[in-house]
Design a protein around this ligand. Structure first.
Ligand code: GLU
Length: 279
């Protein structure tokens, strides 16, 4: 190939990329979505049992809930495009329209409701602590004074520690998997977030026998499905879909399949939850 030919090939591929990009964004604008349009769902990529990406495979309870809800909204599984939604980026992803919905261990809070709307809840978890198996001194949040604790930027557990336990040395990372790696390498003494998430890490093959969940939840984390602020019509459709997932038995099946392997005990006093009215 001579220089001109190479130039022509390069130009053609740039053109092809450009066309693909245009076609994609054109098709996926708006949340109504017809056939062929990509329905973009924000999930976690690194939380086993909840939202996990392994190669091109996506698994977890949030993935199953999102797939069920999307189908009820008219989007088949093959039309879903999974987008990574780290804790601190969820509101922005929704308000800028980069995703149509967020199903990512996303607690419903009044502060977040200023920026986004929530359908749900579809699950109730609780904040807990993950420590190394040989840990004996850390038995609850009140035993963390002077200890190094890891959590994630923009998460409710990090916020709770800052507000209620100021004596703790809190380190904030971008994802919980980074916190767990720091715990194993003794860079921190504990990790805090929802008990569902911590159970998933503790049961991962690479960490088996090395980590334990303290098992005394000290908050209520009501998982909602994040939507663009004010989209009451979609919120109501999503709430109906969640209610149908529960009444059909699919919710329990998804709980058992995804949280069961980690030995996670679902709190049946709060689960399955009733959905809040959409506002
Ligand atoms: N459910 C909590 C939250 O929404 C913690 C889990 C997470 O960061 O995704 O902040």
């Amino acid at each position: 190939m001579n220089v001109r030919q190479i130039g022509a090939v390069a130009a053609a591929s740039v053109l092809a990329l450009g066309l693909t990009a245009c076609g994609d964004s054109g098709k996926s604008s708006g949340s109504g979505g017809g056939s062929g349009a990509k329905f973009k769902v924000g999930i976690k990529f690194d939380q086993p049992g909840l939202g996990l990406k392994e190669g091109s495979k996506y698994t977890g309870f949030d993935v199953d809930v999102a797939t069920y809800v999307a189908k009820e909204l008219g989007h088949k599984a093959s039309d879903i495009q999974w987008v990574q939604a780290p804790s601190a980026q969820r509101e922005t992803l929704l308000s800028t329209g980069q995703v149509n919905m967020v199903v990512a261990t996303y607690s419903i809070t009044d502060a977040r409701k200023e920026k986004v709307s929530f359908a749900g809840p579809y699950f109730v978890a609780g904040q807990d602590l993950l420590v190394r198996s040989d840990e004996t001194a850390i038995t609850g949040p009140e035993t963390l004074t002077g200890k190094k604790l890891c959590s994630v930027t923009g998460s409710t557990p990090a916020q709770k520690i800052k507000a209620k336990y100021p004596g703790v040395q809190l380190q904030e990372f971008g994802t919980y998997s980074e916190c767990v790696a720091a715990l194993v390498s003794k860079g921190v003494d504990a990790v805090t977030t929802d008990n569902t998430i911590l159970a998933g890490y503790a049961s991962q093959a690479q960490y088996k026998g090395k980590l334990k969940v303290v098992g005394k939840p000290f908050s209520e984390e009501r998982y909602g499905i994040g939507l663009k602020k004010g989209d009451k019509a979609t919120c109501e459709k999503v709430n109906s879909a969640i209610a149908k997932m529960v009444s059909s038995g699919e919710w329990q099946k998804a709980v058992d399949a995804n949280l069961g392997p980690a030995g996670f005990k679902v709190d049946t006093a709060t689960n399955p939850p009733k959905q809040d009215p959409c506002t």
